[in-house]
Design a protein around this ligand. Structure first.
Ligand code: PXP
Length: 255
């Protein structure tokens, strides 16, 4: 029986800032949430600086970098402006995501195949600066192969379509999306990529995906912040960690 690599939990604090910005004040503070999540066992903090600054703002990123003791994963669109801010902030990792102002959240993966020329210099400059680059993509073979070709060390598989299908109880769609993730994770690992996953995960889907041995990090935000309103953030982190541990212990044949 092989030992599965540890699975890291990255907690996304964007929606603490969403709530703060609803009144344009100082509370609730995403940095306070990040510190509490780390104290409860999170392995890292993720935050997305969007072009429209709808939740996280520039000074949140600066404070996160200065105050947290675990890795900061800086999500951003591949623009010159964002690259400048990221390089000045010096996070552990940058996750490049697609971004359109009109979307509610990050709705699809990056089109690495279609945008290879535009993305390549961003990946190179982040690699050169010692920032670990991750590309947020669908578990599509062509996208995965291109991510490896462009020398991104990490991909984050977009789990949104699978999670939506699970929540909608659309069994056929959930199964086909799941199979796409299973084979995508295997392909990515064989191409030398480190594999992360995220978007829309809750206790049920986090437990299931934790059984995929190639995946070493989950980034989770929206569901956890919603749960935190009822049971507190500390308990939510503990419960999510327990769900991931249960999944990780389930020996599946996805190797
Ligand atoms: N990973 C990436 C790249 C994302 O863009 C997001 C959403 O900001 C997440 C993970 C977290 O998704 P959710 O908030 O749905 O858990």
């Amino acid at each position: 029986m092989s030992v599965l690599p540890p699975l890291r939990l990255g907690v996304n604090v964007d929606h603490v800032a969403t709530l703060r910005n609803a009144r344009n004040g100082r509370a609730p503070d995403p940095v306070r949430a990040a510190l509490l999540a780390i104290e409860a066992g999170a392995d890292g903090i993720t935050a997305h600086l969007r072009e429209d600054r709808r939740h996280i703002r520039d000074d949140d990123m600066t404070r996160l970098k200065a105050e947290i003791s675990k890795p900061l994963n800086f999500e951003m669109a591949a623009t010159e402006d964002m690259l400048r801010i990221a390089l000045a902030t010096g996070p552990h990792a940058v996750c490049l995501v697609p971004e359109r102002r009109e979307e509610l959240t990050t709705e699809g993966g990056l089109d690495v195949v279609g945008q290879q020329k535009a993305l390549a210099p961003f990946i190179t400059r982040l690699n050169d600066a010692g920032v670990r680059v991750s590309l947020f993509i669908a578990a599509d073979p062509a996208q995965i192969e291109m991510a490896a070709k462009l020398r991104a060390p990490v991909i984050e598989i977009h789990t949104g379509a699978w999670c939506d299908a699970v929540v909608a109880d659309d069994k056929a769609k959930a199964e086909s999306e799941w199979q796409r993730i299973v084979s995508g994770a295997a392909l990515a690992q064989s191409a030398g990529l480190e594999v992360h996953a995220g978007h829309g995960l809750d206790y049920v889907t986090a437990e299931k995906i934790a059984a995929l041995p190639q995946i070493v990090e989950l980034n989770i935000g929206y569901f956890m912040m919603g749960e935190a309103m009822f049971v507190g953030l500390t308990q939510t982190v503990l419960d999510m960690r327990a769900a991931m541990d249960r999944g990780r212990k389930t020996l599946r044949t996805y190797l």
